[in-house]
Design a protein. Structure first.
Length: 186
């Protein structure tokens, strides 16, 4: 498999780092693109500098490089995830604003009818946020808010991250054992 992973400036960078680690462990090819604020938030929240983050991905693409492979529909991927997805990035995608690689790659994913999963981490949500999410959902985008369930009684932040990463992998059809599923025995 080949997955594009975007990290934008929304809080919740730990989810993006967690997803990259799991995809790496599963041997899945990843193409990483990080916004400027995404880079800032990863360092601020996780203490991880961009060079260390790049090591978690198979390939890294500069967000200013609109000539990167992931900017073209002829470059086949199995999907894209933006985790976390800021409301700015979500609004840009919803309104066709492709002025950087992150939003261009998402636009390509939509136009090629490939799976796009956005993991917003924002609260409360305004009417504008909700309308943009609705517009994207109508276009076939999966909007997966970083809102973990607690029926499995998570004990650590890592458990909570695993729930969101696991639910994200489910949307891409990637098998994993990151979480206990409802109705399953321990």
């Amino acid at each position: 498999m080949r997955i594009t992973v975007g990290i934008s400036g929304g809080s919740g960078a730990i989810y993006g780092v967690g997803l990259l680690k799991v995809l790496n462990e599963l041997g899945i090819e990843t193409h990483l693109v990080v916004s400027d604020m995404g880079e800032y938030v990863v360092e601020h929240e996780c203490g991880i500098k961009l060079d260390e983050l790049k090591e978690l991905a198979t390939y890294f693409h500069d967000n200013r490089n609109l000539a990167a492979p992931i900017a073209s529909g002829s470059f086949k991927t199995d999907g894209m995830v933006i985790i976390p997805c800021s409301m700015k990035t979500l609004a840009s995608i919803a309104n066709g604003i492709t002025d950087n690689l992150l939003t261009r790659a998402a636009d390509v994913t939509i136009k090629e009818r490939r799976r796009l999963v956005l993991v917003p981490r924002e609260t409360p949500l305004s009417v504008i946020h909700l309308e943009n999410m609705l517009k994207l959902a109508k276009a076939g985008v999966v909007v997966l808010p970083a809102a973990p369930g607690f029926y499995n009684h998570p004990q650590t932040i890592g458990d909570i991250v695993s729930i969101i990463v696991g639910r994200t992998l489910d949307q891409l059809g990637i098998e994993h054992n990151l979480m206990k599923r409802w109705g399953e025995d321990s």
